[in-house]
Design a protein around this ligand. Structure first.
Ligand SMILES: C[S@@+](CC[C@H](N)C(=O)[O-])C[C@H]1O[C@@H](n2cnc3c(N)ncnc32)[C@H](O)[C@@H]1O
Length: 323
């Protein structure tokens, strides 16, 4: 379960307490409908301060968890990676920036870009509560897709591409690549989100970046055409979150698709587990993406002792074999 950092949870609760719950609920329902309808948006979805608060209430926990998990995959693949500057493109209320400073303590400066001034204001107020100086002192700047992205060691683009036309998606990605550092793209873990991530992955490789997560190779995705690569992060739901979404469970699984690419040579990384392992009597079956660019099941039998115990502790999204 990935919890929001305590400082963010407290700041978010305090900010949400200032907005009538009925207004939040109405905005959540409208936003959920807008996002579910898919396709490029013709007007900003976050059309008011209440929409911004509603978005923060129902999406920041999930976005934080997904980006945190995505960046963790990257830091495990490249332990010596020490980015110092972050640019969070279309960062909205800053969930990806909170995730980045949590995953990457080397970050010293954060810039959040977005078209919606109310989102930047809301995010800046939350960030002031962060114990991390880079986030507390972040720059929050109006920005439109199609314009430049400032130089940064890491550019995050989370849950943006689905709101843009294919041409805009390519333009934003080009601007992120031109920023000169690593690029992390996170999208919903749907077939469409995966397809957008696949296009981003192709562009990143074409521009000479090395994919470090989730793929253990630079070859074509072996799932293309028969499945979609995605992962899941379990997120607790607060009582308010449950009421706003009209949900019963105390948690939700945020499914996400991701690619993270760094300048420089491709690291040697182990395979990646592509779905929940299956357990049969005395056997663990791991569906793996392998460094050879194949997707293949690996069966680990109880007779293999230590290796079997390691397989039982391995989950969806982990690497295999363990270090
Ligand atoms: C679904 S939200 C994601 C926000 C944030 N990245 C996160 O993961 O929590 C999409 C964000 O993209 C911004 N956005 C959408 N289209 C944009 C555009 N054409 N130019 C700049 N920002 C845009 C929206 O204002 C919104 O904040």
């Amino acid at each position: 379960m990935t919890e929001l950092p305590d400082a963010l949870r407290a700041a978010l609760d305090a900010a949400l307490a200032r907005v009538p719950e009925a207004r939040l609920a109405a905005s959540v329902q409208r936003l959920m409908t807008a996002y579910r309808s898919g396709g490029a948006l013709t007007a900003p979805a976050l059309a008011s301060a209440a929409d911004v608060a509603a978005y923060a209430a129902y999406r920041m926990p999930a976005t934080f968890a997904a980006v945190r998990a995505a960046l963790q995959q990257a830091t495990e693949a490249v332990p010596g990676w020490v980015p110092r500057t972050l640019c969070d493109v279309a960062g909205g209320t800053g969930a990806a920036s909170w995730a980045a400073v949590a995953a990457l303590p080397s970050l010293r400066s954060v810039t959040v870009l977005d078209q919606v001034g109310d989102a930047l204001t809301f995010g800046r107020d939350l960030a002031r509560a962060s114990p991390d100086a880079a986030l507390r002192d972040a720059t929050w700047q109006r920005w439109r897709a199609g314009t430049e992205v400032p130089a940064a060691d890491l550019v995050t683009i989370s849950y943006l591409l689905g709101e843009l036309s294919p041409t805009q998606q390519a333009t934003v990605l080009g601007a992120a690549i031109a920023a000169g550092g690593a690029v992390a793209v996170v999208e919903p873990g749907t077939p469409d989100g995966y397809r957008r991530v696949l296009a981003a992955r192709a562009a990143l490789i074409e521009h000479g970046l090395a994919v470090v997560a989730p793929c253990p190779h630079q070859l074509a995705c072996p799932l293309d055409g028969r499945d979609w690569c995605h992962f899941a992060a379990r997120v607790p739901r607060s009582a308010l979150h449950r009421r706003l979404k009209d949900a019963q469970l105390g948690w939700e699984d945020e499914k996400f698709a991701v690619v993270v690419a760094l300048p420089g040579p491709a690291p040697t990384v182990p395979g990646r587990v592509l779905r929940h392992p299956r357990y049969r009597k005395g056997v663990v079956a791991l569906e793996l993406c392998t460094p050879a660019g194949t997707a293949a099941p690996v069966l680990v039998s109880k007779r293999e002792g230590e290796r079997y115990r390691a397989a039982r502790d391995t989950g969806w999204g982990d690497t295999w074999p363990p270090a």
